[in-house]
Ligand binder design. Structure first.
Ligand code: ATR
Length: 278
């Protein structure tokens, strides 16, 4: 039987995960399929879909918006990491049920460590945004060892809630430029800078020398924030790099092969994004 895996979301047609896994499977000579599966948002729909996938022999699935909390709720067991973040992006079917994990956290950590090996020495981190993606990034920064983490968000209440939950400082959104200038590590987890969205308005901001900048947005691959980093000679980590790193644990768990994040894979993804441009 070929190995079966996939990504559950809504919408999910745009996901690059099927291409990433297909390339790794091809490279490793492993027979299998990784498919996008659209499932409506309510938990009951999610649970029925998962029961069906387990019955037909899926090895596991990645889980994306809006199902990351559903994945944690559905699972029989979960990793400490998934529980801490409060959501899961990986669900593995086992003989005893299902196991939820969160490779958004470890994927981000690996992407940062590759870009800046001295990352754990960074003192002040700034997280822009307080949505679902933000929680995984915060947990990753804490695991990396960043001492002071600031969070800022358009809706301040959401930043304040995460600040309380994870022991951070909440900074006003109106002061985001100032906050960026004081940070050793800046991560955008908002949708600002994405094609069709306004840019993160940081006009004229000066990054600290050597500050590492990461952006979860990958359309375009170089966002205005990452261009600011490049112009200042600062290391940057783009959303594609994070995406490839978060995919690797799933591939290893379900297909059992090597999952290398390299220039060949990156070029294939950039080519696919270019093909999709209107
Ligand atoms: P995800 O799960 O990918 O993090 P999300 O939960 O919808 O998605 O969060 C989106 C983030 O982008 C939020 O921090 C959101 O800010 P609000 O909490 O104020 O909604 C932020 N965001 C989206 N559009 C924005 C805009 N035009 N200006 C500022 N922030 C924006």
């Amino acid at each position: 039987m070929p190995i079966l895996a996939g990504v559950i979301g809504s919408p999910v047609a745009h996901s690059l995960s099927p291409l990433i896994h297909t390339i790794w499977a091809h490279r490793a000579g492993i027979g299998g399929y990784y498919v996008p599966i659209e499932v409506p948002a309510p938990y009951d729909d999610y649970a029925r879909a998962m029961d069906a996938l387990k019955t037909i022999g899926f090895a596991g699935v990645n889980v994306t918006i809006p199902h990351k909390e559903n994945a944690l709720r559905y699972s029989d067991k979960s990793s400490d990491l998934a529980s801490k973040v409060g959501s899961a992006n990986m669900l593995t079917f086992t003989d005893n049920g299902s196991y939820a994990d969160n490779s958004d956290v470890t994927g981000f950590e690996n992407a940062m460590k590759n870009a800046a090996p001295d990352i754990s020495a960074k003192g002040a981190g700034l997280v822009l945004g307080a949505g679902g993606a933000s929680r995984a990034i915060i947990v990753a920064l804490q695991r990396i060892g960043v001492e002071n983490i600031f969070i800022t968000n358009r809706t301040h209440k959401k930043a304040a809630l995460l600040a309380e939950r994870f022991g951070l400082e909440a900074a006003p959104w109106s002061k985001r430029r100032h906050a960026v200038e004081g940070a050793d590590l800046v991560v955008n987890t908002t949708s600002l800078g994405m094609d069709g969205q306004p840019p993160l308005d940081l006009d004229g901001a000066q990054l600290k020398p050597g500050a590492v900048v990461a952006d979860i947005v990958y359309t375009p691959v170089e966002t205005p924030l990452l261009k600011l980093a490049r112009d200042g000679g600062n290391p940057g980590v783009n959303g594609l790099t994070m995406l490839m790193h978060q995919a690797a644990p799933g591939f290893r768990a379900w297909f059992g092969g090597e999952a290398k994040v390299d220039d060949g894979l990156r070029a294939a993804l950039v080519g696919e994004l270019e093909r999709r441009r209107p």
